[in-house]
Design a protein around this ligand. Structure first.
Ligand SMILES: Cc1ncc(COP(=O)(O)O)c(C=O)c1O
Ligand SMILES: [Zn+2]
Length: 320
């Protein structure tokens, strides 16, 4: 059982967790962060998780599900961390690793998100959910909702390849095709969810989704420590787990790295790793609003109205 509170990033108000919170009840800010009792959890965490299975529930004390009986699982997490020697040679980096999330149940890291979100829905007694997606999130949600007996409405853009739409439908989701961008699909899905008071995954602003992605960081730190045991500096005992120098991920909304960085910060605060990695977020050339804003020194990124990229999962021109 995990023990945690939500803290408003703006006014500091604390409140208990519920699956579909729209934001802080005091100031209206949408950014709520889960905080756990790190001082109590940290010292025993490595020993405790070592005896458990490889899926992401090995970190259960630091996840927002109270009772493991509500967990909806297809074997998510525990993906291999592969040292990529040839690519490392090509790039002049001898210690390059890939976290192979293709090995997840439906083939993407979004299974972590769906597993957590659907589990908290199950725990909260919710029976219907809405998601907007460029493909992979909807497939993950469709699979986990099918397992949980939850009805899913998946709003997909016309950029999503037909086979991905079919996969969602095969799992039993109600697929709604939106002729327009991902941003338009999100607007329509959110409106639909609001009108019917249904769970809606708000990505970066959904506590369960952010919490799910931090398990990537926990796994990387554990796996890296096995691959390259941390060295003692003579004065202090070595940290038990190990952080990479850099964490690099391709982004659409950026949920993956946002959650992973929260994970690294938590591990650092618990004294399990010795540093927080530097972060690189990668955008596709035909849809790179943040890269362009950075290059031109803009305060606010300009919306890419018509993303042009073959990587449909990354075609997010605007993040709300
Ligand atoms: C494989 C893959 N990488 C990256 C992303 C971007 O995700 P995020 O919104 O977390 O940045 C997605 C989105 O579905 C994806 O499927
Ligand atoms: Zn607040």
């Amino acid at each position: 059982m995990s023990n945690f509170v939500l803290v408003c990033a703006d006014c500091g108000h604390t409140l208990p967790f519920a699956p579909n919170l729209p934001g802080c009840p005091r100031c209206g800010n949408e950014w709520l962060e889960a905080r756990y009792d790190y001082a109590a959890l940290g010292p025993n965490l490595p020993a405790r998780v070592a005896a458990r299975g490889k899926d992401l529930w090995r970190y259960r004390e630091l996840l927002p599900v109270q009772d493991m009986a509500h967990v909806v699982s297809l074997g998510e997490g525990g993906t291999p961390l592969v040292k990529v020697v040839n690519l490392g040679l090509m790039l002049g980096r001898s210690q390059l690793y890939v976290k192979d999330e293709r090995q997840s149940p439906t083939g993407s890291f979004k299974d972590r998100q769906a597993a957590l979100a659907v589990s908290v829905m199950k725990e909260g007694g919710l029976t219907e959910a809405v998601v907007a997606s460029t493909g992979n999130v909807a497939i993950s949600y469709a699979a986990y909702c099918a397992r949980a007996g939850i009805k899913l409405y998946a709003f997909l853009t016309s950029l999503v390849p037909p086979e991905k739409m079919r996969e969602c439908a095969l799992y039993g989701a109600q697929v709604v095709k939106v002729t327009g961008t991902y941003d338009r699909a999100k607007e329509i899905a959110q409106q639909f969810a609001r009108q019917r008071n249904l769970y809606y995954d708000r990505g970066l602003r959904s506590v369960a989704s952010v919490e799910s992605m931090k398990t990537i960081a926990y796994e990387v730190a554990e796996q890296l420590a096995l691959a390259q045991p941390p060295a003692s500096n003579g004065k202090h005992a070595p940290h038990l787990w190990r952080a990479p120098d850099w964490y690099i991920q391709a982004v659409s909304g950026g949920l993956g790295p946002l959650g992973a960085m929260k994970g690294f910060v938590e591990l650092y605060n618990m004294g399990l790793i010795g540093r927080i990695p530097q972060l690189a977020c990668i955008q596709a050339e035909g849809c790179a609003p943040m890269v362009h804003a950075f290059q031109r020194g803009l305060e606010t990124a300009e919306v890419v109205a018509n993303p042009r990229t073959r990587i449909a999962t990354l075609s997010t021109g605007k993040r709300r």
